[in-house]
Design a protein around this ligand. Structure first.
Ligand code: NIG
Ligand code: ZN
Length: 422
């Protein structure tokens, strides 16, 4: 069934002449159009043009299309959340008062809480329990206008549970409207049973888990938490290089809590992205700009951990392609609100209202190797389209902390209407 969206105040297409992830002033190009309609058919965008032009070019399609009236609203591409720890057991609200009274994230983790607590809960959860819990999270994502989500494993830290997490993500990709793109993150923490024997765990990932992930086709990316007390840059390099040999593209949790030359490492191994980067060095930022590594910034995590924000302004000005994501996970960022995370990026990282839209559509699509399919509204791309209940895009950041999503069209199908899931 074709869909024709009419009367929108603004259509933010995100179109540009630029191929690939956007940098510097390219990040401000919104491809804003007025007095145009958006025509969709099947799973694709057919054309964005004034009504008369659409009628002349596709008369039958326009005549038979379901019409959606977007008077007073704006249209933009579905949001892409390119960094989440989507599939996990349990919650960690009990850690919040600990952190508010001064305990650090790493202290809690080193005492057996944090990632270790969630690992226990995830190991205990059945496939069906994880599936149902995650299905509900994806419903929330959809209501907030997120149409594609990256999902990392990493709360199993043994093969059986890592595999279960990845299989849950795979089933969700087949059954839920939101697209789910998988990343293997066996190197998220060293599990308790390998304490004091960390090298053996690194070897297990390299020689046992990575080949199985590749053989079963369970992930496209391979991620490592390169952090003091977790995985060293040298261990991270080995894990990422081993993943490359199995066709898994490197990603890296870099320079989150202490500077550890993670940004430099990301550039060196040809990672598609480096994530967090709260304390990335000047040299690391320079290396990423040179290598074209996408910086996936997660201001929700800085907010929730009350940590210094990544230097997003400097990264954009230095020519690093910047993406922004929720980092949805039960410990450091339990939110699905990418719109609120956009607000944080404006207020605390000095990014502009235009840049944060690019960082959560085009550049985040490229961070998960989907830049040719999603992230912009243009002929032939996937019909992932939002209608937002604001008269201009600037109100998205001005009326902050709110969900402005009115309608979500996913692959050409209306899945949210009037803010409600259908
Ligand atoms: N820093 C490592 N991993 C996650 C947090 C995981 C957790 O605390 O459960 C992150 O990206 O913030
Ligand atoms: Zn993360």
């Amino acid at each position: 069934m074709a869909i024709l969206i009419k009367n929108a105040n603004e259509v933010i297409t995100m179109q540009s002449h630029v191929e690939g992830p956007r940098r510097k002033e390219q990040m401000s190009e919104l491809g804003l159009m007025k007095d145009v309609c958006v025509l969709l058919d099947g799973e694709q965008i057919v054309m964005i043009a004034p009504l008369e032009e659409l009628e002349a070019t596709f008369p039958h399609l326009v005549q038979s299309a379901e019409v959606i009236d977007a008077t007073g609203k704006i249209i933009m591409p579905g949001l892409v959340d390119c960094h989440t720890h989507l599939v996990h057991g349990g919650t960690r609200e009990h850690e919040l008062n600990m952190r508010l009274s001064g305990k650090t994230y790493m202290e809690i983790m080193n005492a057996g809480g944090g990632i270790h607590y969630t690992t226990t809960k995830t190991r205990e959860a059945s496939f069906d329990e994880l599936y149902e819990k995650t299905y509900n999270h994806l419903n929330d994502f959809l209501r907030y206008g997120i149409t594609t989500v990256e999902a990392k494993s990493g709360y199993g830290l043994d093969w059986e549970t890592e595999k279960r997490q990845l299989e849950v993500a795979k089933k969700l990709q087949d059954t839920h409207a939101v697209d789910v793109v998988s990343t293997f993150m066996g190197a998220h923490a060293v599990p308790a049973e390998y304490k004091g024997n960390e090298e053996a765990f690194v070897e297990l990932i390299i020689n046992d888990m990575l080949p199985k992930v590749a053989e079963l086709g369970l992930a496209e990316f391979n991620d490592v938490f390169c952090e003091k007390g977790v995985f060293t840059p040298e261990q991270s390099r080995r894990i990422l290089e081993a993943g490359k040999a199995y066709g898994l593209t490197p990603k890296i949790h870099a320079d989150e809590i202490e500077p550890y030359e993670g940004a430099e490492l990301a550039a060196e191994v040809g990672a598609i992205s480096a994530e967090h980067l709260l304390v990335a060095s000047d040299e690391g930022i320079e290396a990423m700009a040179k290598a074209g590594t996408i910086a996936v910034l997660l201001p929700g995590t800085a907010f929730f951990l009350r940590a210094p924000y990544a230097r997003g302004r400097l990264m954009v000005d230095s020519g690093v392609p910047v993406a922004i994501s929720t980092d949805f996970n039960p410990g450091s960022s339990p939110t699905i609100s990418l719109p609120f995370v956009q607000n944080l990026a404006c207020m605390n990282m000095g990014m502009t209202m235009e840049e944060v839209l690019c960082a959560t559509t085009v550049n985040s699509a490229y961070a998960i190797n989907r830049g040719n399919e999603i992230g912009t509204l243009e002929n032939g791309k996937k019909a992932d389209v939002l209608i937002l209940n604001v008269p201009n895009y600037k109100q998205l950041q001005y009326f902050y902390g709110m969900n402005h999503t009115d309608t979500v069209i996913k692959a050409g199908k209306v899945v949210v209407k009037g803010g409600q899931l259908l």
